[in-house]
Design a binder for this molecule. Structure first.
Ligand code: FAD
Ligand code: NAP
Length: 313
């Protein structure tokens, strides 16, 4: 039977932004409810080593997120495994409805729904998703033992995915549309030194090729962006790592977005155009998009929510 729960502060999302907001809001005695969504722990649960979380020279992404969840829980955050299907920010108190059917009624909200992997948008990519095409090397890399695989992209994710895949694949080709990577220099250094990795500069994917029975990738056609010449590469796996887009579906039409869907906030603040609605992490940050900056914004959002609720009462 669906339940109705009232809270002073509803936090939506369980990445670094959401859990940090939970820690701060609990310590401010706001008794927050935090809804985890379908990816408890967020994006870091699909990576391996995290080497830039201060205080930990190296920690596995999933372990870091388990620690954050335990921390938020220990100080009193009510953590619920549910996914918010819709939220009405036009009336007060705000009303969010979960996939479970439960309704969450909140005086203030922190939105921390993060970001989702982008896809190339090719028909052939859609056809082979889950059958040779993936956006998560840590989830699917194991299936490519001794095979040739390719990674598309030139950011931190692409380089980390390529390095991780060398644990399984016999050869990894990193395909990038320019001849310069965006990723951190330390990662680039590891990439260029790895004998299993080859780079293919100035190329884009034209089409992913494969068999129908059984469904599976056999290779891809790539296009040289300078000459338009198409060439063929044989591979069993295609890992798409071309960036992330903010997960803003909940607030479309309710809050202003910019820069490709990131929620607009007031200057130096996590406050949005609707008083009592705060936003943190990759949903609003179009510049840094790091775990530590997301956590920092989660802290800001909780402190600002506390001030908003105190002024209201
Ligand atoms: P996310 O981590 O994206 O979490 C979003 C949360 O919102 C999820 O829990 C999801 O379930 C929830 N959610 C979404 N929609 C709903 C809904 N409707 N209802 C309820 N819940 C919802 N950064 C670093 O600093 N160091 C690294 O080493 C690093 N490695 C990375 C490796 C990979 C492969 C990737 C993809 C990213 C990496 N990043 C790294 C970036 C980092 O993961 C993000 O910047 C950070 O996770 C963003 O945190 P967030 O809390 O904003 O959102
Ligand atoms: P990103 O930094 O935005 O990089 C996306 C890459 O994909 C770029 O190289 C881009 O090319 C390329 N690209 C975009 N659209 C494309 C298309 N249609 N076809 C071909 N190539 C395309 O994204 P990200 O690597 O996912 O990283 C997202 C954020 O998470 C970043 O802030 C990153 O620092 C962070 N992150 C951090 C770590 C870490 O700290 N170790 C690890 C992973 C992610 P151009 O370069 O030509 O634009």
């Amino acid at each position: 039977m669906p339940k109705e729960k009232h809270t002073r502060l509803l936090i939506i999302g369980s990445g670094p932004a959401g859990y940090t907001a939970g820690v701060y809001a609990s310590r401010a005695m706001l008794d927050p409810i935090l809804i985890q969504g379908i990816q408890p722990g967020g994006q870091l649960t699909i990576t391996t080593e995290v080497e830039n979380w201060p205080g930990e020279k190296e920690i596995q992404g999933p372990d870091l997120m388990v620690n954050m969840e335990a921390h938020a829980k220990s100080v009193g955050t009510d953590i619920i495994f549910d996914h918010i299907d819709q939220i009405d920010l036009s009336k007060r108190p705000f009303l969010a409805t979960g996939q479970s059917g439960d309704r969450y009624i909140a005086d203030a909200v922190v939105l921390a729904t993060g970001a989702q992997a982008k896809w190339l948008g090719l028909e052939s990519e859609d056809k082979f998703k889950g059958f040779g095409v993936s956006a998560c090397a840590t989830c699917d890399g194991f299936f490519y033992k001794g095979e040739n695989v390719v990674v598309i992209g030139g950011g931190n994710t692409a380089v980390e995915e390529a390095l991780f895949l060398t644990n399984f694949a016999s050869k990894v080709t990193l395909i990038h549309r320019r001849d310069e990577l965006r990723s951190e220099k330390i990662l680039q250094d590891r990439l260029f030194k790895n004998p299993k990795i080859e780079t293919l500069w100035f190329h884009e994917v034209d089409e992913i090729l494969g068999d129908d029975d059984p469904l599976g990738v056999t290779g891809l056609n790539v296009k040289n962006v300078k000459t338009n010449k198409i060439s063929h590469l044989s591979c069993k796996g295609v890992f798409v790592a071309i960036g992330h887009a903010p997960e803003n579906s909940l607030i479309k039409g309710q809050l202003e977005t910019h820069m490709g869907g990131y929620v607009v906030t007031n200057a130096n603040s996590t406050a949005t155009s609707i008083p009592g609605v705060f936003v943190a992490g990759d949903l609003t940050d179009y510049i840094y998009r790091q775990a530590v900056t997301s956590a920092g914004m989660g802290c800001m959002a909780a402190l600002e929510a506390e001030k908003f609720l105190a002024e209201k009462t």
